[in-house]
Design a protein around this ligand. Structure first.
Ligand SMILES: [Fe+2]
Length: 612
């Protein structure tokens, strides 16, 4: 037996993954345990969970890999500082303590975290090798082109190459400070969202605007080549030397200073969002076309934070040259933990790899699981009122019926998801046909910005009935956007047609308005019985009752909160919000029956999490 632990840490989204004889046994992000979103501290809890899932102690491990090369990263920090000195002294000084204390002494830190039990060597591949490994090795392909795009690793900000059998080879890279991830993040910052977490909001905002700044971006900010590579004009940016992302010159170009967080969103911000989204898609498409030209392959694998841009991914699949696309669900830095572990097993140890039609990621259900007994023990301890449905069909029928009455359902089943999306393991569910649901979910359940869209889960066999996809197109990881089909759209009368900006939300655009974004797009998750089990059966029951194979699936958390992991997290979130029903395995709780519901104040609960 060969046991391999992969670790990513110290940038954002720390995580651990355990691979035993090539099988992915467990993977989880540290934030789920510490309840600190995007926690970047050393993932002690995630490691402990992975080891316990494998029934292992630190001394049982054969290899431990870290997802990047810290010394090389430090080298980039120093060189960048020197190139811009004396500007940048403050940010340099701020970065130093963590480097001197932990990052430069990783082996020591890791040995300490493994309680002195691990005495073998540590392996440090390059950051983009870890991303690439996480994209290719679990994929269903025998061979594929690989593209990684992110903010920055050591020096590389993008790379490409190929995967064949049990090997990956990266042949080209783009280097810091020229970076698609950092470019997108600069606009995230400029539009008043949080760096390294608000990118999703920027993407969600884009359909409200018009891409009026595309020419300005392409003329001034970047020199984009046919192959998707580019150079940024660094006079518009400040991230090499300052504590902000953008410079005054940037602000002049886009007509004002950065929007302050939580302030009113203006049409200009939406137009800026639409513009950078369009440019990002163009870069992704050009890179994909070039990669197809040089490799002649039919399959493409993607990873790196930019691969969470599901609108861009959808463009690559629908408008790009590749026949098949597989994206690592934990495409951000958390996925590097899995990548390094698999890189060691396949490439370093030269073990054979047998791809499977459904991939090797197990639906990304790689986190902790709780039994009915554990759930009941917890619920009894807090005096909750609950009902147990041992019959699966009865349970699914009952919950589907509640959902059809516009009840909002907290749904916790099986293992927790690895990666940022909730996929039916730790989800909040609702009726996609409801016109009120988009606003109810945003304002009364998740307490987040009203403009943010919700994503659908759809039965895999029905995906092309509702969305412009191929028949039975698989998107189990919710990483691809597709448009709602014409025949499911509602004709808008003249007045509604002319709505601008956030007013676009007022128009009911389709038969499934709660998940139809203002440009008719939807971030689709397909659900099948093999991967999703009871979640699939619940949706089947809902379809039987209502004729609709589509529901809302959003992550089980409130704004700023990491997705829930344990029954305790789920119960607290259920009580604090206006969620109506909580289902954990075979146990159902109704809000109206909970005597201690009013003790929990939402403001107090929200205050325990930092705004994202
Ligand atoms: Fe990365």
């Amino acid at each position: 037996m060969t046991t391999i632990l992969g670790i990513s840490a110290f940038y954002h989204d720390s995580a651990a993954a355990l691979v035993v004889d090539g099988d992915i046994i467990a993977a989880a992000q540290e934030e789920r345990f510490t309840r600190k979103k995007h926690d970047y501290d050393f993932p002690a809890n995630a490691i402990e969970y992975c080891l316990s899932a494998g029934g292992l102690e630190p001394q049982d491990l054969d290899f431990v890999g870290f997802y990047d090369k810290p010394i090389l990263k430090f080298d980039r920090l120093l060189e960048t500082y020197i190139a811009y000195a004396p500007a940048g002294f403050r940010s340099f000084l701020m970065a130093m303590p963590l480097w001197l204390k932990q990052k430069l002494h990783l082996p020591r830190e890791m040995r300490k975290a493994l309680k002195g039990g691990y005495r073998k060597r540590f392996i440090f591949p390059e950051h983009h090798e870890s991303h690439a490994a996480s994209a290719f090795f679990p994929s269903p392909f025998e061979e594929a082109a690989i593209l990684t795009l992110d903010g920055v690793g050591e020096w590389a900000t993008a790379s490409y190459g190929t995967g064949r059998g049990n090997r990956i080879e990266l042949t080209h890279e783009m280097r810091f400070p020229h970076s698609l991830g950092l470019l997108y993040t600069a606009f995230t910052y400029y539009c008043g969202f949080r760096v390294n977490s608000g990118e999703y909001k920027l993407m969600g905002l884009a359909p409200y605007g018009e891409p009026t700044y595309v020419d300005a971006i392409l003329k001034h900010l970047l020199d984009l080549k046919d192959d998707g590579s580019f150079r940024l004009d660094m006079s518009y940016f400040n991230y090499c030397q300052g504590l902000t992302m953008t410079s005054r010159k940037f602000h002049r170009l886009f007509g004002g200073p950065p929007r302050s967080p939580e302030s009113q969103l203006e049409q200009r911000h939406m137009d800026v969002a639409a513009s950078i989204q369009k440019v990002t898609e163009e870069v992704m498409l050009r890179a994909a076309r070039h990669l197809h030209d040089v490799t002649g392959m039919n399959n493409l694998c993607l990873a790196g934070g930019v691969a969470l841009n599901c609108v861009g991914n959808g463009r690559i699949l629908r408008d790009g040259p590749f026949e098949n696309l597989w994206i690592q669900p934990a495409a951000g830095d958390a996925g590097g933990a899995l990548g390094v572990a698999q890189l060691i097993w396949y490439q370093l140890l030269d073990n054979p790899r047998t791809p499977q039609p459904d991939d090797l990621q197990s639906g990304s259900f790689l986190g902790p699981v709780y039994t009915n007994d554990q759930i009941i023990e917890f619920l009894d301890g807090v005096d909750a009122t609950y009902h147990r449905y041992d019959d699966d069909k009865q349970l699914c029928d009952y919950v589907a019926g509640l959902m059809a009455q516009e009840k909002v359902i907290g749904w916790m089943q099986g293992r927790m998801e690895f990666g940022p999306r909730a996929l039916g393991g730790r989800s909040i569910l609702g009726d996609a046909r409801s016109e009120a649901m988009q606003s109810v979910m945003n304002l009364k359940i998740k307490f987040r910005e009203s403009f943010r869209p919700f994503a659908p889960s759809v039965l895999e066999e029905s995906v092309d009935e509702y969305f412009e996809t191929r028949p039975r197109e698989q998107s189990p990881y919710m990483l691809l956007v597709a448009n709602v089909r014409d025949d499911k759209r509602t004709a808008l009368d003249g007045e509604l047609n002319g709505l601008q900006g956030l007013d676009k939300l007022k128009a009911c655009r389709s038969e499934i308005p709660a998940i139809t974004h203002v440009d008719y797009s939807a971030r689709v998750q397909t659900v099948d019985e093999r991967r999703h089990g009871r979640y699939y059966r619940l949706m089947k029951a809902f379809e039987k009752k209502t004729g609709c194979p589509v529901i809302i699936n959003t992550s089980f958390n409130v704004r700023g909160e990491p997705i829930v992991c344990s029954p305790e997290h789920a119960y607290r979130c259920f009580l604090a919000t206006n969620m109506d029903v909580l289902v954990m395995e075979n146990i159902v709780l109704l809000k109206q029956e909970q005597s201690n519901a009013e003790q929990h104040e939402i403001d107090e609960y929200l205050a325990t999490f930092q705004l994202d």
